[in-house]
Design a protein around this ligand. Structure first.
Ligand code: HEM
Length: 373
């Protein structure tokens, strides 16, 4: 029996390739923010344990203050990919979301609590009070949210377990088990967090708001953390790849109804190369305590590129898994409304322009030294 609900009779209002392109770009940006949050917060918590070390405390405060802003990006950059994936994969995603309904809806409450704790964490650090337990609580909640998202994004790919799950509980209280891809996928995000968090420190070391001594400390610490966890991230990626079903591996070699998925598989190789390069940059910055701002920028650009490569590869995993189970994302009626698409693109570019202007205002603002802030 075909497990997916009937397709919505309303046609898609834009070409599938365009919806997928916008989905991948916005989701890659969500992932950059998520990784900064997962890694930056854990680093700030660990640094805040060393209350006797002024260098550790300055760095913990610098991260904590910025994390409340990063959270706005995590959330705002999550909405567009959620909308695009509902349009493209709604029949799978809605089903899995309903099956784990209680947990799925709980994300809103967990997120609000974590956000509040982030502000408390920053304020306590600022006031020189013990804060690690507040930050750790926020991190556990955020890591839990990541786990729930990985759970839903893998459950949507397993129509074969939906019926049995629904029979066991129609209340959405039952979490799925037995998916070999779930844990490697989640660990990949957690390891990527410390990798990106380390590279974020290398970037911060280039800022003129740190003294020369602080810069050397921040660059040295960030570079070393990123070099070590970049290797863990690579290992987790290879693990996540190795547990993919045979149909996905064949599709990435061009053996599916859509041979162009070979390019999605090639994005996996691009990810390997870019992460390898970023590990090298991090190691150089870490061991030479290099705090030049261009090093931070090279790291930042590499992060953006490997997150895009990762997102393309991950998209291929989803499409090929669903294709093997009878769900073809390309098989939809499209009636493009070019006026609406054009208006959307104009507003999208205008929005990017406003963000660029906001960033330029922040960049021109009077600088306050980190240890005075
Ligand atoms: C602290 C908050 C958050 C964290 C830590 C987080 C983390 C993650 C992670 C780890 C994934 C990848 C899961 C996987 O594929 O294995 C993910 C994907 C996703 N997140 Fe977030 N997320 C957060 C907030 C949000 C919010 C608030 C939304 C919705 C408004 C959201 C929407 C999504 C969507 C739609 C995807 C998958 C999109 C797709 O595959 O098409 N996230 N997130």
């Amino acid at each position: 029996m075909y497990p997916f609900p009937a397709v919505d009779p309303i046609p898609l209002p834009a070409p599938i390739w365009l919806l997928k392109l916008l989905h991948i770009v916005t989701l890659a940006l969500h992932f950059v923010a998520v990784e900064m949050m997962l890694g930056g917060l854990l680093l700030a918590v660990l640094l805040s344990l060393f209350r006797g070390s002024p260098l550790s405390m300055v760095t913990a405060r610098a991260l904590a203050r910025r994390l409340t802003v990063v959270m706005t990006f995590v959330i705002n950059l999550a909405v567009p990919p959620l909308l695009f994936s509902q349009v493209l994969y709604g029949r799978a995603l809605y089903t899995s979301s309903v099956l784990i309904g209680i947990y799925w809806i709980s994300i809103i409450g967990l997120l609000i609590l974590a956000y509040w704790l982030l502000y408390r964490f920053a304020a306590r650090l600022q006031a020189g009070r013990s804060a690690w337990w507040v930050g750790l609580s926020a991190w556990l909640l955020i890591g839990g949210i990541a786990r729930l998202l990985s759970t839903n994004m893998t459950l949507m790919l397993r129509p074969e377990v939906w019926r049995q799950m629904y029979s066991a509980s129609a209340m959405g209280t039952y979490l799925p088990t037995g998916d070999p891809t779930l844990t490697p996928r989640w660990l990949l995000m957690l390891a990527g967090g410390l990798f990106v968090g380390g590279l974020w420190l290398v970037y911060l070391a280039g800022r003129s708001t740190f003294t020369a001594e602080e810069k050397r400390f921040v660059a040295g610490l960030g570079g070393k953390v990123a070099a070590v966890f970049g290797i863990v991230y690579l290992a987790a990626g290879l693990w996540a790849n190795s547990v993919q079903p045979a149909a996905v591996k064949a599709g990435f070699e061009g053996q599916s109804a859509y041979p162009f998925y070979k390019l999605f598989g090639d994005a996996g190789y691009a990810w390997l190369a870019l992460v390898g390069l970023a590990v090298l940059v991090a190691a150089v910055a870490g061991f030479a305590k290099l705090s030049a701002s261009w090093v931070g920028w090279v790291g930042a650009v590499l992060v953006l590129l490997f997150e895009i490569a990762f997102t393309v590869y991950r998209d291929g995993v989803r499409d090929l898994t669903l294709l093997a189970k009878g769900y073809d994302v390309w098989d939809r009626v499209v009636v493009t409304n070019w006026w609406v698409v054009g208006l959307f693109l104009v507003l999208f570019v205008a929005g990017l322009g406003v963000i660029a202007w906001l960033v330029s205002v922040v960049a021109r603002a009077q600088k306050v030294m980190e240890d005075a802030a």
